[in-house]
Design a protein around this ligand. Structure first.
Ligand SMILES: Cc1cc2nc3c(=O)[nH]c(=O)nc-3n(C[C@H](O)[C@H](O)[C@H](O)COP(=O)(O)OP(=O)(O)OC[C@H]3O[C@@H](n4cnc5c(N)ncnc54)[C@H](O)[C@@H]3O)c2cc1C
Length: 240
């Protein structure tokens, strides 16, 4: 009995160890639909470490019910324990919270599921498909993959958004969101195969709405035969 409690306690302690409270220190409207919020990390960065495209699960309040949504760390700085989050705004609890976030506000977070495997061999060309919700992760990815050239199919417009693509090395192809992502699927299906064949070690990274992500990752894996260690695909949001 005592042993059981001890085991449970240890598990709870492990789970608790992943819980953090972030405190808002400031914010800025980047565009009308994109807002950056600055935080102190409540000990997260030294406890969990930092890796490219790292994300956390935040616990928002939805009329008294917990509402968990994932967000990507922007410029995490373990030395001072700060980072920012960038919110692509739309209707939703997380967006609503971000719209009114002010210094002193707090939010609970869990670190679970995030990770990053550096592609080995290093990519000869990075092929990225994303949208405003995955822009923070795209920026982090491009900053990590050194000198590799990249082609980015971006659903929506980057006008005014903090895209860190470097002209000359990273090419961005904007595609308007039409027919629930079908326009993006069509463009990528038409343009990606040739680029995939152009170099020896391409790497494909996809993070759009869940349906688009599933369609494109099936295309890349099954029709183009890209091995799974050269493809990362994760749906970032669910279209209504
Ligand atoms: C690993 C990971 C990292 C992520 N990082 C970020 C990030 O750094 N910044 C960021 O903005 N998002 C990020 N997202 C996406 C974010 O978690 C979702 O968009 C989430 O659904 C937002 O929650 P919400 O409460 O605002 O809206 P929800 O309650 O989930 O949805 C409300 C309505 O808004 C629609 N909706 C939800 N998300 C979007 C969207 N992105 N665009 C258009 N319509 C949408 C839904 O279809 C629904 O109709 C990430 C997701 C994952 C999985």
């Amino acid at each position: 009995m005592g042993q059981g409690r001890g085991w449970e306690g240890a598990v709870l302690k492990l789970l608790r160890a992943k819980d953090f409270t972030f405190t808002v220190t400031g914010s800025e409207d980047v565009t009308a639909d994109y807002r950056r919020v600055h935080f102190t990390d409540g000990g997260l960065l030294t406890a969990a470490g930092v890796h490219p495209t790292m994300w956390v699960r935040l616990w928002f309040d939805n009329a008294g019910k917990p509402h968990q949504r994932a967000y990507t760390l922007v410029d995490p700085d373990p030395a001072v324990g700060t980072f920012s989050l960038e919110f692509a705004l739309h209707e939703g609890c997380a967006s609503d919270w971000a719209r009114t976030a002010k210094p002193g506000d707090t939010i609970e977070a869990t670190v679970q599921g995030t990770g990053f495997e550096n592609p080995d061999p290093a990519p000869s060309h990075v092929l990225v498909v994303g949208d405003p919700a995955s822009l923070p992760a795209i920026n982090s990815l491009l900053g990590t993959l050194g000198s590799a050239p990249a082609t980015i199919w971006f659903e929506g417009t980057l006008d005014g958004l903090p895209c860190r693509a470097e002209p000359g090395r990273h090419e961005v192809r904007e595609v308007p969101r039409q027919q629930a992502g079908a326009a993006l699927v069509e463009r990528v299906r038409a343009e990606l195969p040739e680029l995939l064949r152009a170099g020896p070690d391409p790497y494909v990274w996809i993070a759009c709405d869940t349906t688009t992500t599933r369609t494109l990752s099936a295309f890349v894996r099954k029709e183009l035969g890209v091995p799974k260690q050269r493809l990362h695909a994760l749906g970032y949001w669910r279209a209504a």
